[in-house]
Design a protein around this ligand. Structure first.
Ligand SMILES: Nc1nc2c(ncn2[C@@H]2O[C@H](COP(=O)(O)OP(=O)(O)OP(=O)(O)O)[C@@H](O)[C@H]2O)c(=O)[nH]1
Length: 397
């Protein structure tokens, strides 16, 4: 089962990441190197223009053409590297205390249901410096995530963010700017909202003073010590998914036909949800679904095992003679559980090696389980097809 192999986590004991080979190597790139890659890409495009039959190899480790980029920016020690490590490398939040300050831009390639990159900028870098090629940084951007430490003095961070927006607006007016008001753990709800209001007001005032109205800026209250950081990233990533409305429509149909309370399509490794039905997301249901993935992955790690080809052949051999997937109800990971306090079953179904469908059912749904399984099967096929079609389109494009 791919799910069983894809969820391995970084453990405290061995202190090293033992997950799947999903994350590419972290690259450290200097501004000069960025420029070089840019020049290489330009030459490559020119060569192709002159002779369409010739397409030189991409630059070694290029600024990965066509892959949306998430840029993590903000003041020093605001929590950028911690966010990236917790969300994409399964680092336990407490261990971020030992992270060293980032000295150079760190570039991380994510190969999941969709390929994208996460660039972690050192807090002290001024990328408005003329030595930076802005197009190389902001050219293929998916979102600019600006991290503000809510437990620290934040006026300087807001000034820098305002300057950045004002500098980028003329050339890149459509950049999605996501402000993470970070480290809100330990702050009271009222205080969090006060801070958010204050930060929003200051940014809006400054921008409208400079004639910039309706810039695409979103605000999220986040912390690595709870699920808020995953929720915020879910919303950021969803904006990069071109077929999101189709995925949402499929999940909506499933919820209506099976009378589910809520359904999420999760990226298994990061536990970001990449789509959900249109009913409002409530944190407890999201948390429970996300924790359920961990439970399944943990159980699979203990009790799952790799079946040798001989073993599979022996199962498929005489007298049974049917393929292994035809002998079981479902060849992918599948599970359902009832939580005693809420009496509502939760079900999980693997979609492909990166994605899992997790849904909160209503009380008594177990009685209609055959119908539910049938509908879930159809939805999962639909979801898998959407990704297959998009992949083919990307390969052709
Ligand atoms: N309380 C709290 N602390 C956090 C949170 N996120 C990060 N931290 C802490 O903030 C400190 C700085 O985090 P880093 O991730 O190194 O910050 P950075 O922005 O990458 O810093 P530079 O690399 O210097 O730019 C670490 O001690 C983290 O443990 C959070 O959500 N809550």
């Amino acid at each position: 089962m791919p799910l069983l192999h894809s969820g391995r986590r970084r453990t405290k004991l061995d202190r090293k990441y033992n997950g799947p080979p999903r994350q590419g190597p972290v690259r450290h790139i200097s501004p000069a190197q960025l420029n070089l890659e840019r020049v290489y890409e330009q030459n490559r495009a020119n060569v192709q223009k002159r002779d369409a039959t010739k397409l030189p190899e991409p630059a070694p480790g290029p600024a990965a053409k066509g892959k949306p980029r998430l840029l993590l920016m903000g003041q020093r020690r605001s929590g950028k590297s911690s966010i990236s490590s917790v969300v994409f490398h399964k680092m336990p939040p407490n261990e971020t205390l030992f992270l060293e300050s980032t000295a150079r831009i760190q570039k991380d390639s994510m190969h999941s249901f969709m390929d994208f990159q996460v660039w972690d900028f050192p807090g002290q870098v001024d990328f408005m410096d003329p030595s930076f090629d802005l197009d190389a940084i902001f050219g293929e951007i998916g979102a600019l995530i600006w991290v503000i430490d809510a437990q620290d003095e934040y006026l300087e961070a807001i000034n820098r963010l305002n300057n950045t927006i004002l500098n980028l607006q003329p050339t890149y007016p459509n950049i999605n700017i996501e402000v993470f008001i970070h480290k809100v753990d330990g702050l009271s709800d009222d205080y969090k909202l006060d801070i958010q209001r204050d930060i929003m007001q200051r940014i809006q005032d400054e921008l409208s003073d400079h004639g910039v109205e309706n810039a695409p800026i979103n605000f999220h209250l986040t912390s690595i010590y709870n699920h808020s950081i995953f929720e915020a990233f879910s919303k950021v990533i969803q904006k990069l998914i071109p077929h999101l409305p189709t995925l949402e429509a499929l999940l909506n149909d499933l919820c209506r036909s099976c009378r589910f309370e809520k359904a999420y399509l999760f990226d298994v490794l990061s536990k970001i949800y990449i789509a959900t039905d249109p009913s409002p997301v409530d944190m407890p249901s999201y948390e429970i679904c996300s924790d359920y993935i961990d439970v399944i992955v943990d159980v699979s790690e203990i009790y799952g095992w790799g079946r040798s080809p001989e073993y599979i052949t022996s199962l498929e051999g005489e007298p049974w003679n049917t393929k292994i997937e035809d002998q079981v109800a479902c060849k992918d990971a599948e599970s359902a559980i009832v939580l005693t306090d809420m009496k509502r079953p939760i079900m999980l179904r693997e979609v492909n090696k990166y994605l899992a469908l997790v849904a909160v059912m209503r009380e008594g749904s177990f009685e209609r389980m055959p119908l539910v399984t049938l509908n879930v099967d159809t939805t999962v096929q639909g979801l898998a097809e959407v990704f297959e079609i998009t992949k083919q389109k990307e390969a052709r494009g």
